[in-house]
Design a protein around this ligand. Structure first.
Ligand code: PLP
Length: 428
């Protein structure tokens, strides 16, 4: 099938189709099939919306059954059986066992809409407008969330001022800057000139920002500062949540309890649009309808979301993720980095980055990703100037597919750098 219809009729704003210009028809597990039958290994996974793989059979069965019975599909925010079962299952399988007590707010079905809701809630609850965000953070592209997103490329088209946000460097930033000491200083110095914030928002692992992993100690210290000063802590778990870190919530490894948690992407389990907030009950100062939206009641997303939680339990998915994560980590260090000082490997769970920004060639990561695509592996580049190759397999990735993808990445990097990692131990 030709790509001409897209090239002539679709807006220039399209993005992923430029890096991966095949026309896709089918998908299963980790594989995407182009219209001509070519199979691609998908390590982009709907930018994190497909943690359980494409068309997961367990989840699909419940969706098909639901549709076959003509159960309600769109319910605004009315009471429905599907929503009730989703909330109950989420509470029983995730919140109660972790001792978490949160209220649920269903938002318009995109991550950015849930971020907007979190911002409104935090600002109205604290009666403050400033929010702390981190350099390298990505929180969406609508007006409020765009103000939190640091990438200048996205910010420059806002068309209005993006105010009421103060950016701090993330942990392990290039300048070695101690953001937490600075944060404390501006809070305590009456001459800091920076308004006390309503909230701090962050991804515990910055995804689009280049796979920057915050340490548990740093996260706990940041939470401590927030508590001391009455500032809300918002965890944007839209991409690193839903099991990708090796636990359902990415902040579990730091032993902290955020005031507000934002979830979307893989929440419905099947790539269906869905987004929600979890927040501490005392924050629930909303009046009815203050953050309305037509598509807060997409019932198939509730069905898929409940099925996904059952699937996690039945397959002991967190343990599998931790095992695969260790395997990927070892491969990347031994077979790709070796003793090459110009390559940095960062990641957690099933989100990994190969940072090539120390190479002189600013386009190196992009060229490698393009060549991977020619070998039918889909990987994207993230971070400053797209110099980090991002690996985002589904949590359910099959071992042989994982090996094949890692081998393609290794061989392609070697072709470009002319350097073989010298600690080779074959894993395939
Ligand atoms: C961490 C994070 N927050 C927010 C968003 C925005 O979500 P959406 O694209 O669904 O608006 C994304 C999307 O990539 C994200 O990765």
């Amino acid at each position: 099938m030709l790509t001409q219809v897209f090239e002539t009729m679709e807006s220039n704003v399209r993005s992923y189709s430029r890096s991966f210009p095949a026309v896709f028809r089918k998908a299963k597990g980790t594989l995407l099939y182009a219209d001509n039958g070519d199979a691609y290994i998908d390590f982009l996974m709907g930018a994190g919306a497909l943690n359980y793989g494409h068309n997961n059979d367990f989840i699909k069965a419940q969706l098909l059954e639901y549709m076959a019975e003509d159960y309600i599909m769109q319910g605004l925010d009315m009471f429905t059986v599907a929503k009730s079962e989703f909330i109950t299952t989420f509470n029983d399988l995730l919140l109660k066992p972790r001792g978490l007590n949160y209220k649920f707010q269903f938002c318009g079905p995109t991550g950015t809409n849930a971020i907007e809701a979190a911002l409104k809630l935090a600002r109205n609850y604290t009666r403050r407008s400033n929010v702390i965000s981190f350099m390298g953070g990505y929180h969406g592209l609508s007006q409020g969330s765009l103000a939190l997103t640091s990438n200048q490329y996205n910010r420059q088209v806002a068309g209005v001022g993006l105010h009421n946000v103060t950016f701090l460097p993330f942990e392990n930033n290039a300048a070695g800057f101690d953001s937490l000491a600075y944060f404390e200083m501006i809070l305590e110095d009456s001459h800091s000139g920076i308004e006390k914030p309503a909230a701090v928002i962050l991804e515990t692992v910055q995804a689009e920002g280049g796979i920057n992993v915050a340490s548990p100690e740093w996260l706990a210290a940041l939470k401590g500062i927030c508590e001391k000063h009455g500032i809300l802590f918002i965890a944007d778990d839209i991409q690193i949540g839903c099991g990708r870190s090796g636990n359902f919530f990415s902040f579990e490894r730091a032993g902290i309890v955020p005031d507000i948690v934002v979830l979307s992407k893989s929440l419905s389990g099947y790539g269906l649009p869905m987004a929600m907030l979890l927040f501490k009950p005392e924050l629930d100062i909303w009046q009815p309808g203050e953050h309305n939206g037509t598509f807060r009641g997409y019932q198939l997303a509730f069905i898929g979301g409940k099925a996904a939680l059952e699937f996690r339990e039945q397959t002991n998915l967190d343990a599998a993720v931790k095992e695969k994560s260790a395997y990927i980590n070892r491969f990347l260090h031994e077979e790709i980095k070796g003793d090459d000082e110009r390559i940095s490997i960062r990641g957690l769970g099933m989100m990994w980055g190969i940072d090539l920004s120390a190479y002189d060639d600013v386009l190196l990561a992009k060229k490698i990703a393009q060549d991977c695509f020619k070998k039918q592996l889909i990987v994207e580049c993230v971070g400053r100037h797209d110099r980090v190759i991002k690996l985002l397999p589904p949590l359910t990735v099959e071992q042989d597919v994982l090996d094949k993808a890692l081998t393609i990445v290794r061989d392609t990097i070697q072709q470009h750098t002319g350097k073989k990692a010298n600690l080779q131990t074959s894993v395939a």
